[in-house]
Write a protein that binds this ligand. Structure first.
Ligand code: UDP
Ligand code: MG
Length: 295
């Protein structure tokens, strides 16, 4: 029996990118000997002609699609794709060709012959992503690494080929608040990294903005670390010591201190609220995505 590779491709308003992506990926997959493959596109509630293009492509035997009832986000798209995949190996790719298809044969070799469970592409540099975004990303991953003690850093993304056991382990993680980078790290497995230089998006525009990035960053920290809650305890203790000192010395900066303290309290109420809200959503057990149609 030939090994089967499933390529999972989340798409949100990607009408220009899909045909080019499909052509390029097929070209590379056809060069890998002794394999079968399927390409699964997830239309994440696109408002352009993405669905039409996918319906057309799915007439080919190797091409499938799932279309969501609205935009659920890339995390939900990846989960849906992995669930539909029937391959022995699954690889997640962005449709904008920022994940070079040329790496696929090397990835396949690593997972099928070199004894790795996973082979990921490690992006070097962030040319074309803007200074603000690259600086924020670097800072975020440094903080997350400290807080969660998990292996997450800038450059290690979703572009990775995984064995069936690793894919199944990821599918077992059914949490509603999904943060895939944390999930890969949580499930473990032996991973090989292949470096590639950052390429600019081939067509269309990035679907990320600062607001989305900040909420993604918050998701990553809250989903995998309790450290912000501990910070509340430490800060509370420090302020108690400080207030004793103020009592002893009776200085006149009491009013600014009161304002500052209430600010700190509000901040920590917000942090506690975040964790409660996440837990509340988990308890509701809502579906991660809703399918409108599939092939
Ligand atoms: N994407 C998605 N749903 C979204 C946003 C993005 O499925 O709500 C897809 C998008 O079509 C692309 C991939 O996720 O295939 C990465 O998105 P993008 O290129 O905009 O992100 P960037 O490369 O700028 O991080
Ligand atoms: Mg991109």
């Amino acid at each position: 029996m030939k090994n089967k590779i499933s390529v999972i491709v989340p798409c949100y308003n990607e009408q220009e990118s899909i045909p080019i992506f499909y052509r390029e990926v097929k070209k590379i997959l056809d060069t890998i000997e002794e394999i079968q493959y399927e390409i699964i596109f997830i239309d994440d509630g696109s408002k352009d002609n993405t669905l039409k293009i996918l319906q057309e492509l799915s007439k080919e035997e190797t091409c499938h699609y799932i279309s969501f009832s609205r935009n659920f986000g890339k995390e939900a798209g990846m989960y849906a794709g992995l669930k539909k995949a029937t391959g022995d190996y699954c690889v997640i790719m962005d449709v904008d060709l920022q994940h070079p298809p040329a790496l696929l044969p090397k990835m396949y070799k690593a997972v099928s012959q070199e004894g790795f469970d996973c082979c990921g592409g490690k992006r070097c540099g962030r040319e074309g992503d803007g200074i603000l975004r690259s600086t924020c990303s670097k800072m975020f991953y440094k903080i997350v690494k400290r807080l969660t003690h998990m292996e997450m850093s800038d450059g290690y993304g979703d572009f990775r080929m995984m064995s069936r056991p690793m894919t199944d382990a990821i599918l077992e993680m059914k949490e509603y608040n999904r943060y895939m980078k944390g999930i890969y790290s949580f499930v473990g497995f032996k991973t090989k990294w292949i470096e590639f230089s950052n390429v600019e998006r081939e067509k269309g525009t990035s679907k990320w903005n600062l607001k989305k990035l900040l909420s993604y960053a918050q998701e990553g920290i809250v989903a995998f670390s309790m450290a912000p809650l501990k910070l509340a305890g430490v800060t509370g203790g420090l302020f108690m010591i400080f207030s004793v000192l103020l009592l002893v010395f009776q200085t006149n900066f009491i009013f600014p201190c009161v304002f500052f303290l209430s600010g700190i309290q509000m901040l920590f109420l917000y942090i506690i609220g975040l964790y409660l809200a996440k837990d509340c959503l988990e308890n509701k057990k809502r579906p991660l995505y809703i399918v409108r149609e599939t092939d």
